[in-house]
Design a protein around this ligand. Structure first.
Ligand SMILES: Nc1ncnc2c1ncn2[C@@H]1O[C@H](COP(=O)(O)OP(=O)(O)O)[C@@H](O)[C@H]1O
Ligand SMILES: [Mg+2]
Length: 394
């Protein structure tokens, strides 16, 4: 066959393979977009394993009427203009790939309206081709409905697991995200049944109650430590279970880096597990919700196709701080003396000193620049989003 350039539709379908593996990956991308749009309420509605229909509705900034089509073009993004922006990233998205990828393998209805506009726009797309555009009344925000996922790529569809497995995966994505964003009110409906609802109070423990129940949430120990300043700053906050409260699966390990949910594997998961050292029975895993915040320039978020992994500039130092923070929380919470904290712990070289954080300042009224279409470098890092959130995490 002679060399030829692929048609945009084929190219998009191939690219979609990286971003859209299953319904849960669609949910993750749409949640990221809603959060980047500053949403405070997000509803996810999945039917038929999310294959038949998925809807994510938010009260965020909306998309301007004259930009709706553009949002579905490849490499179209409002979040990044130069490569250097990658090092000051305040948004979850930046590649401009999600919407065109999803649109190339499903039927989409996008209904959106900005607060400045009087009416909204409805755009219907199937297999990457625009079918219809209308003006319609709706409240500010965005609703994206994805129907018949992989209808035009039957092989991909055949690879999907059962509807119930896909529903579990969707639930996990929403749970992870809700734990990373306690200020946002999440609602998850599965085939019309309410599966999860968080109250958006900003209190992490409230979200843990919604997911793991009151009894478990009550037993979790607070983690709160910070080290260094500016580019070297590392803050670790969250809730972890004492060794007596465990799960058989690793799915209760929720790791969040700069408000981005990352996979609980690799160095980050290992350092947390190691902190429990010999305290856990074999095959048991702790419940961990850990938010690590570093300067945006101190982490590379662009190393993984679905951004599920990140790499710290000073990986070893960050891991040290996390390990120490988790161990200190376990010691403080259980009175159990762990490795390195025994009688002669002071003689052991402590590579880094983890100080208890000072009392957090009063949260600004709009810490995350809610309502701004784009978070500026200032809005999330320098205003001390970490600090703003920390009252809730304490
Ligand atoms: N829920 C939403 N609310 C407001 N704007 C949105 C929403 N979803 C998508 N957009 C707009 O569409 C653009 C393209 O989205 P996407 O394909 O996910 O790429 P990215 O998130 O990497 O920018 C975004 O940059 C944003 O401007
Ligand atoms: Mg996106």
């Amino acid at each position: 066959m002679p060399i030829q350039i692929l048609s945009p539709t084929v190219a998009a379908q191939i690219a979609a393979g990286e971003v859209v593996e299953r319904p849960a990956s669609v949910v993750k991308e749409l949640l990221d977009n809603a959060l980047d749009a500053g949403a405070t309420r997000i509803t996810v509605d999945a039917r038929g394993g999310g294959i038949r229909e998925l809807r994510v509705q938010d009260d965020g900034s909306g998309i301007a009427a004259d930009e709706v089509e553009l949002a579905f073009e490849r490499h179209a993004t409002s979040k990044l203009a130069h490569t250097s922006d990658l090092w000051a990233l305040q948004t979850l998205g930046f590649r401009g790939e999600a919407l065109p990828s999803i649109a190339s393998v499903a039927q989409i209805i996008c209904i959106t309206r900005t607060a400045a506009e009087e009416v909204g726009t409805e755009l219907r797309i199937a297999g990457g081709t625009i079918q219809e555009r209308l003006t319609r009344g709706c409240s500010p925000g965005t609703s994206i409905t994805v129907r018949n996922l992989f209808y035009n790529t039957p092989v991909r569809r055949d690879y999907l697991r059962s509807e119930s497995t896909e529903m579990v995966a969707i639930t996990q994505v929403v749970q992870h995200t809700a734990l990373a964003y306690p200020h946002v009110r999440f609602t998850l409906l599965l085939d019309g049944r309410l599966a999860l609802q968080t109250n958006g109070s900003g209190d992490l423990r409230d979200v843990v109650v919604d997911i793991y129940g009151l009894e478990t949430a009550r037993q979790l120990l607070p983690v709160h430590a910070e080290y260094g300043a500016e580019i070297d700053a590392v803050q670790v906050r969250g809730l972890i279970s004492p060794p007596s409260v465990t799960r058989s699966a690793r799915t209760a390990m929720h790791l969040i880096v700069n408000q981005r949910v990352v996979q609980a594997r690799g160095a980050l998961a290992a350092v947390v597990s190691e902190a429990y050292h010999t305290m856990l029975m074999k095959g048991r895993h702790p419940i961990v919700v850990l938010a690590v915040d570093v300067h945006p320039a101190a982490v590379d978020v662009n190393i993984h196709p679905t951004k599920a992994e990140v790499k710290f500039r000073d990986q070893q130092r960050v891991m040290s701080v996390i390990g120490r923070a988790v161990r200190d929380a376990l010691v403080a919470g259980t009175g159990v003396v762990t490795w390195g904290d025994g009688a002669n712990a002071s003689e052991l070289p402590r590579r880094f000193e983890v100080r208890p954080a000072p009392p957090p300042p009063a949260p600004p009224s709009s810490a995350w620049g809610v309502g701004d279409p784009v978070w500026t470098a200032q809005s999330r890092w320098e205003c001390g989003c970490a600090a703003a959130g920390s009252a809730a995490w304490a």
